[in-house]
Structure formats: structure tokens, C-alpha cells
Design a protein around this ligand. Sequence first.
Ligand code: DX5
Ligand code: ZN
Length: 228
Amino acid sequence: MREKTLIAPSVLASDFSRLGDEVEAVDRAGADWIHLDVMDGHFVPNIPFGPPVIKAIRNRTAKVFDCHLMIAPADPYLAAFADAGCDIITVHAEAGPHLDRSLQAIRALGRKAGVSLNPSTPENVIEYVLDRLDLVLLMTVNPGFGGQAFIPSVVEKVRRVKAMIGTRPIRVEIDGGVTAETAPQLAAAGADVLVAGSAVFRGDGVDAYRKNIEAIRTAADLAVGRIV
Ligand code: DX5
Ligand code: ZN
């Protein structure tokens, strides 16, 4: 039996004027990881926050900081994100010509290494770096913004990536348009971790966030017959 589906709330959908409190609230609400969406206004058309802000909220939770870099180039900034307290650092395969080098650099910093693929990127780009990976993050929206519609064709890619991974200890994480409605097909296809922004930061405070997180996790776990 697989472990329960991990839920990684994306703080992109939180109230930035109270970011530290929001992180603490989703921690208390049962978040497994805290998903941090870093953008550069170049690789994607948005610029929410960077390493100093991540560093400032690091002491508000002991949960895993799951850092999703939507920046190009990424390599010059990897050390800054490691220093800021990110536990997992994920780069986009499309963001640079030397994915293997980026993944080596992340592990050399003592962090877990992830690769993210846009919805249109075929999964074979990770074939020769599988042994350098701790995480594959499949986008189910085009990166840049929260609250977008889920792209269902990626569900098939989840299955294929799962098959490529085989028995390697690599988690498959899904990002974009995750709700209690879309979670079951993702879990059934093999997703281990679900990122959710707008579906978690809805309503006010810990109790609402807890209900939102549990609705997604329960929907996912029921779909694969896990005890919930
Ligand atoms: C999009 C980000 C996502 C985003 C998800 O570029 O990578 O993490 O916050 O937001 P929702 O869950 O609202 O689609
Ligand atoms: Zn993300």
C-alpha cells in the first residue's frame, strides 16, 4: 500500500500581507509540504517573491519547503534558495540547456533535486537524468498563475512518468488546477504529491484550510483504495 497522498499548499494563493501567518495556518491545517512558486517575469509572466521572502518565513514552520523555480537561468540562484531554507529545489527542464548540470548542482548543495515539465513538454527529456532526481513535478496548467483550469491530457503523462521511474525513489508531484474533483484521476495515475493553491487558501484560517486539504487528500486516497 502506498503512503497517503501528500498535499503541498502553494502560498501563491495566500494573503501575502500575512504570509508568515498563512504558512503557520496551513502547517496547523495539515499541510505536508509548503510549495513555494518562484517566478522571474521572463520564463513565466509573473514575479511573486524570491529568496529573502522565503528566508523570512522559514522559521514559521518545520515542514518541507518545496521550491518550484520558474526562472531562467536557474543555476546562478540555486545556492541562494538552498541558503534560504528550501529542502527540495525543482528546476524546469525547459529553463536551460544543461538539466543534468542543474540537478547535480542542487544535490551538491545538499538539497533534494526536482525537475518540472510544462504541459506540452514530453516526458522523455528526463530519461537520462532519472538517477539524479528525487522529484518529478508535472504541470497541469501553464506555469505563471494560480487559479487556472486543469489540463486533463497530462494525466496520461503521469502514468508514463510513473512507468519510467519504476522502483526508483522518485516522487511524482502534480501542480495546477488540483481540487477534490481532479485529485482522484491524478492519484489513480500515480501521483504521490498534490500541489494546491486556490483550492486550499479558500475561506478563513486554519479550520477552513484543514477542510480544504482533507477534501483533496481524501478524494485522492479513496481513488486508489488507501485507508483514510
Ligand atoms: C503555477 C504554480 C502553481 C499554482 C497552483 O505556476 O506553479 O503552484 O500556485 O495554483 P492552483 O492550485 O490555484 O492552480
Ligand atoms: Zn508550483
